[in-house]
Design a protein around this ligand. Structure first.
Ligand SMILES: [Zn+2]
Length: 200
């Protein structure tokens, strides 16, 4: 296992440290899960440049050649999940949903429904709900959006690096492969994002 230093940076020859404090938003008090993304950028450099301007970002970035960059401290929160999370019980095991409440929510208009689901979910804690920014690490893989349903394929070197990085994070934060999610599972995104990412 490679060490994480006092600033929350993973120290290993495989990781280039390119921290952008401007994408860090407060403390990350515990890591319960990992969310895997694709950047919709043409290159790692384009994403690194964008991170200089702050806003949304993730903790790690993996280039198409497999090079890993750490872009934010593991002690800091990044905005990578998005504002509205989906219902985990509805997606995975409907018997775990409160059926009366869910019937009311599902009768609402879409805009009201997704806001209400988000509020209900955030009252739960992980793993009863999907991860949120305050309890997860984000990993971005360089890759572009193709159309409404697809992203370009994750490369083999990206998946090799993702597997190594995930195994490091499992050890540091006592996670398992089931604690890794593709972004569209967690929130309302292009279903193709990270669909070809493999971490086990
Ligand atoms: Zn994403």
């Amino acid at each position: 296992m490679s060490p994480i230093d006092k600033d929350g940076m993973l120290i290993d020859s495989r990781v280039l440290l390119r921290r952008s404090a401007s994408i860090e938003h407060g403390e990350l008090s515990g890591v319960r899960a990992i969310v895997v993304h694709q950047t919709d950028s043409s290159s790692a450099q384009a994403t690194l440049n964008g991170y200089q301007n702050g806003g949304n970002g993730a903790h790690f970035l993996i280039d198409k050649n497999g090079q890993i960059f750490q872009t934010a401290s593991l002690l800091k929160r990044c905005y990578h999940v998005g504002r509205l999370i989906k219902s985990k019980c509805l997606a995975i095991d409907k018997s775990k949903c409160d059926s009366a409440t869910m019937a009311k929510v599902l009768a609402m208009t879409w805009v009201k429904q997704i806001a209400e689901i988000d509020a209900l979910e955030r009252a739960k804690s992980y793993p009863d709900r999907y991860p949120v920014n305050s309890d997860s690490v984000g990993i971005e893989l360089v890759g572009q959006h193709i159309d409404d349903d697809n992203y370009e394929a994750v490369t083999a070197p990206q998946n090799t690096s993702l597997q190594w990085l995930a195994s490091e994070l499992y050890t540091h934060f006592s996670l398992k492969a089931r604690d890794v999610y593709r972004h569209p599972e967690v929130s309302y995104k292009n279903p193709g994002e990270a669909s070809t990412a493999r971490w086990q």
